[in-house]
Design a protein around this ligand. Sequence first.
Ligand code: ATP
Ligand code: SKM
Ligand code: MG
Length: 174
Amino acid sequence: MTQPLFLVGARGCGKTTVGQALARTLGYAFVDTDSFLLTHTGKSVAEIVAEEGWEGFRARESDALQRVTAPATVVATGGGMVLADSNRQFMQENGITIWLHAPAQVLASRLNASPEEDQRPTLTGKGVTDEIVDVLAAREGLYRQVARHIVDATCPPDAVVEAILSALQMARAS
Ligand SMILES: Nc1ncnc2c1ncn2[C@@H]1O[C@H](COP(=O)(O)OP(=O)(O)OP(=O)(O)O)[C@@H](O)[C@H]1O
Ligand SMILES: O=C(O)C1=C[C@@H](O)[C@@H](O)[C@H](O)C1
Ligand SMILES: [Mg+2]
């Protein structure tokens, strides 16, 4: 199995953290679309949004998705990657997409502990806890629609990696 693996889910679900560990375990490359943009533009998400608006950021992340996708690669996507139909279609057609699922309360607690505001500027103008409730309400259907596998992302990162590996193994066996 060398198909790219796309990790999707809301801010704080662990796409970057779990993605790095998953790639290490599989001997895959790891890429993160937010980090890719930071490296290639020299600008944080907040700076891109200040200069180009969310529309500009979304166009750049769609382009990043296509550029980083390669065999034997774990791709940690930005939390809003699923918003564009074309990105969902691209992930469905070019790899295996996994939704790291966690409730708002868990996400809010992680984001409050590690806000990283340069990479996670406000989406709605609300505080972190209220915002994540709204964002999940708007996006859960999209995460569910694009995902081939849904894993519980509330346990420690190593356990999330194990859950992903066993979902992939079960799918291969069936
Ligand atoms: N399974 C986990 N258990 C406990 N803490 C976690 C877990 N996964 C991630 N974290 C912590 O939550 C915070 C956010 O994780 P991470 O940056 O990986 O999320 P993300 O999904 O990549 O978010 P974003 O969409 O903003 O890029 C980090 O401080 C990380 O250490
Ligand atoms: O949930 C979102 O819309 C975002 C999540 C982050 O990964 C970044 O891609 C950016 O801050 C937007
Ligand atoms: Mg991330």
